[in-house]
Design a protein around this ligand. Structure first.
Ligand code: CA
Ligand code: CA
Length: 263
C-alpha cells in the first residue's frame, strides 16, 4: 500500500523457533518528513505478541544500542519524524510454550499527518514457529580423529579430514565440529549451540588444547562462556552467543569439542 507522502515496506514472513527473539526491519519514507508533521503507528498482533518498536536512530540499518524505542501505548506509537527515510524495527519474543500450528500476523499501520493531509501505509509481518527441521538455522556435524589426544590434527596417525562419520578405535580421541548457518530471511538473535557427548565417549579438556572452543564466529554475534562437563565426564556442551546485534541471513559459524572413546 503506497500513498504519496508515505511509503513503507516490505512485508515479512518468517519461520522461527520457540523461545527466540525475532526482528523485522521496515523502511519508512516520509515526505516532507524531517521534523514536519506527526507519525503514528498502530500495531495489532493476532497472537498478542509483545512487540517493541525501535527507530534506527543512528541510521546504520541494524538494531543496535543507540536506537531509540518508540513504545506502543495502547497499541499506538506516536512521534515526529526527524528523517525522510529510516529503518523502523519491530522486535518481539516468541514464547517457549506454543502449539505447533501457532502463527502470528502482526499488522502495522503508519499514519503520517502533515499540512492538513494524512497518508496511510501498511506492512504485515507473519511469524510461524516450526520444528528444528523447518526452522531457518541449519546445522551439520562432522568429526576428525586426533589419535594422540593432544587437541590438534597435525600428528602422524591423526585423520584431519572432517567427515560425517569416522570409525573410531577405543582410546582414540575425536574432534567434533558443528557448523551452523542462518538460512532464513531475517536476523536470528539469542543464538546458542548445544550438543551432548556421544555415547561411549567422554569429554576432554585436558590438555587445555582439547577443550571445547568457538571456532568461526558469525558476523552479528559475539561469543559467550562455554559450559561443558568436567574432563572425563559426559553430558551437555553449550556455546552461547550474545547479539552483536544478531546473526544475519547467510551468516555461518562453527564450534568444536573433543571426546575420547571409552577403552
Ligand atoms: Ca541502528
Ligand atoms: Ca593430534
Amino acid at each position: 500500500m503506497i500513498s504519496p507522502g508515505l511509503r513503507w515496506r516490505p512485508d515479512h514472513e518468517q519461520t522461527t523457533q520457540p523461545a527466540t527473539s525475532i526482528v523485522f526491519a521496515h523502511q519508512l519514507e516520509v515526505q516532507p518528513g524531517a521534523g514536519v508533521g506527526s507519525l503514528s503507528v498502530t500495531m495489532d498482533s493476532s497472537q498478542g505478541v509483545i512487540w517493541t518498536f525501535y527507530e534506527d536512530s543512528n541510521d546504520n540499518g541494524i538494531l543496535d544500542g543507540p536506537d531509540v524505542a518508540r513504545p506502543f501505548v495502547g497499541g499506538v506509537a506516536t512521534f515526529v519524524p526527524t528523517f525522510n527515510s529510516r529503518s523502523l524495527f519491530l522486535k518481539g519474543y516468541i514464547p517457549s510454550n506454543i502449539p505447533p500450528e501457532w502463527v502470528d500476523t502482526t499488522t502495522l499501520q503508519a499514519v503520517y499527518t502533515a499540512g492538513g493531509d494524512s497518508f496511510t501505509a501498511l506492512v504485515t509481518d507473519v511469524t510461524r514457529v516450526g520444528d528444528h527441521d523447518s526452522g531457518k538455522m541449519r546445522s551439520s556435524k562432522e568429526v576428525a580423529i586426533d589419535a594422540n589426544c593432544d587437541g590438534d590434527l597435525l600428528d602422524t596417525g591423526d585423520d584431519a579430514v572432517f567427515e560425517e562419520r569416522k570409525d573410531l578405535e577405543p582410546g582414540q580421541c575425536a574432534i567434533y565440529r558443528i557448523h551452523f548457518t542462518n538460512e532464513g530471511t531475517g536476523v536470528l538473535t539469542d543464538v546458542s549451540v548445544h550438543d551432548n557427548t556421544p555415547s561411549y565417549t567422554t569429554y576432554k579438556s585436558s590438555p587445555a588444547a582439547t577443550a571445547a572452543k568457538y571456532e568461526t564466529t558469525p558476523s552479528g554475534l559475539a561469543t559467550g562462556v562455554i559450559t561443558a562437563p568436567a574432563d572425563g565426564g559426559i553430558g551437555a556442551i553449550t556455546w552461547p552467543y550474545t547479539n552483536n546485534p544478531g546473526m544475519n541471513t547467510g551468516a555461518s559459524g562453527s564450534v568444536i569439542y573433543e571426546v575420547q572413546v571409552n577403552q
